[in-house]
Design a protein around this ligand. Structure first.
Ligand SMILES: [Zn+2]
Length: 246
């Protein structure tokens, strides 16, 4: 951005990388690099997922460290919708790399990619359904890998008043409701759940519970970023999991 209009715009609305604060860039190369690492297996760091049987494999594009946290927060809650140009391709690429690891269920039928819904008030404030946008990107990534897939709105936003914030608040908000679409499926259909971040795993656990008994069968989940935790040592390369470097 070097033109006179861009320079004027910076005087009015200063822009900076939300990952590290570097000024005059929308995001910097160093903070972007983390979004192009192989996806990370991360369910073992999420205690709320322990109760699920069978285990729900969860992959994240990157760890929810300082820079990634700043980028996701700016995208979701600080009006930096332009960061979708970074996060959507990252999600698509992540899904493409995870596709082979989904196993035969992911290759045998049309995978439903279901977003964990944001609260309705958040979607109204943002003016966009960000989880559905991520699901669309993930579905495109599966298709890139030769896996038939489509985004499906299978879960309704959590209901009930929530005065908490973050994952604890979302947990207290009560279970998400599976929409009727989950029961209209004529035959069992694999579903890849998609969310923005993984912390305790409460949201994904609630989503999987909401689908129980329907014909949408969770085979895994993909999130943008996961909180660092023990046991998250597997990255996906060429469809196989192997120890992460560093
Ligand atoms: Zn940066």
């Amino acid at each position: 951005m070097a033109g006179p209009v861009a320079r004027l715009a910076r005087l009015v609305v200063p822009v900076a990388c939300p990952g590290c604060g570097l000024t005059d860039v929308r995001w910097c190369d160093a903070c972007e690099a983390a979004w192009w690492e192989p996806p990370l297996r991360c369910e073992s760091g999420a205690p709320r997922l322990d109760a699920l049987a069978p285990v729900l494999p969860v992959w994240s594009i990157t760890e929810l460290d300082g820079p990634a946290h700043g980028i996701v927060a700016a995208w979701k809650d600080e009006g930096r919708r332009d960061l979708g140009r970074l996060l959507r391709p990252a999600m698509r690429r992540g899904a493409r790399e995870v596709a082979a690891a989904l196993g035969p269920a992911g290759a045998s039928s049309r995978v439903a990619v279901a977003p964990c819904p944001a609260r309705a008030a958040h979607t109204r404030r943002r003016g966009e359904d960000l989880p559905l946008m991520l699901a669309g990107a993930a579905a495109a990534g599966l298709v890139d890998a030769g896996v038939p897939a489509a985004p499906v709105t299978a879960l309704a936003p959590a209901t009930g008043a929530s005065r908490g914030s973050g994952d604890r608040g979302r947990w207290r908000a009560g279970p998400s409701l599976a929409r009727p679409v989950a029961w209209r499926e004529p035959a069992p259909r694999p579903v890849l759940l998609v969310d923005d971040v993984l912390t305790t795993g409460a949201t994904l656990a609630r989503a999987a519970a909401a689908l129980a008994g329907s014909r949408l069968v969770p085979i895994g989940a993909l999130v943008l970023a996961s909180a660092p935790g023990p046991g998250k040592v597997l990255r996906v390369r060429d469809g196989r999991s192997e120890p992460a470097l560093g």
